[in-house]
Write a protein that binds this ligand. Sequence first.
Ligand SMILES: O=P(O)(O)O[C@H]1O[C@H](CO)[C@@H](O)[C@H]1O
Ligand SMILES: O=c1cc[nH]c(=O)[nH]1
Length: 234
Amino acid sequence: MSTHIGAKPEDIADTVLLPGDPLRAKWAAETFLKDAVCINEVRGMLGFTGTWNGHRVTIQGSGMGMPSLSIYANELIRDYDAKTLIRIGSCGAMQTHVGVRDVVIAMTASSVGNPSRAMLREIHYAPHADYGLLRAAHDAAVARGTKTHVGGIYSSDTFYDERPDLHEQMVRHGILAVEMEAAELYTLAARHGRRALAVLTVSDHLVTGEDLPAIERERSFGDMVEIALQAAFA
Ligand SMILES: O=P(O)(O)O[C@H]1O[C@H](CO)[C@@H](O)[C@H]1O
Ligand SMILES: O=c1cc[nH]c(=O)[nH]1
């Protein structure tokens, strides 16, 4: 057990999918894994381990925002020795050519700051995905015929951002979408020599104002789950 995860060491697989929403973790485990068992209920941040095509996989909720993700990713890496960590999240599209329900695979994750910022001091570190995972995820998305975009995303600290100028600069610089966790996940994975990727589904559109209801964010983003699983074991 770690401070925030109640699982025994052997209960966590080497490959961990990380949705922010613990109920998305439950839905994904019930939908995509065989023999899934709940391995964490601490703070209601549900986690499940089962198998996909014979491979052991854990799907663990990580909460909203980088401080929360940082707790789960740190414990999964340090206490459970997780090797591959793939975020499966929702995001808001920032470009007109990116549509609601499209998949975004995050090559890089820009941010104003993340929980690792203080230790990096004056360095403007560029958090980036594991290339092998990224390539395998893109191959899987193309094979499935999923409308997919690969590029930079923005990991924000605020869902209700009162700095429209920041969003404008992200849009100007080609950022595809905004979410709230990947920059810290990529930084931690790099520091500890682990593989990380974020495969996201567009739930909101910052340009058109479209958005999907909570139930669809929880249980309808199956393409990104399949893409993440195929990438992990390619
Ligand atoms: O759907 P999840 O994975 O939680 O991701 C996105 O949704 C939450 C905000 O609604 C933030 O955590 C953001 O990153
Ligand atoms: O962080 C997020 C997630 C989904 N949609 C947004 O607009 N922002």
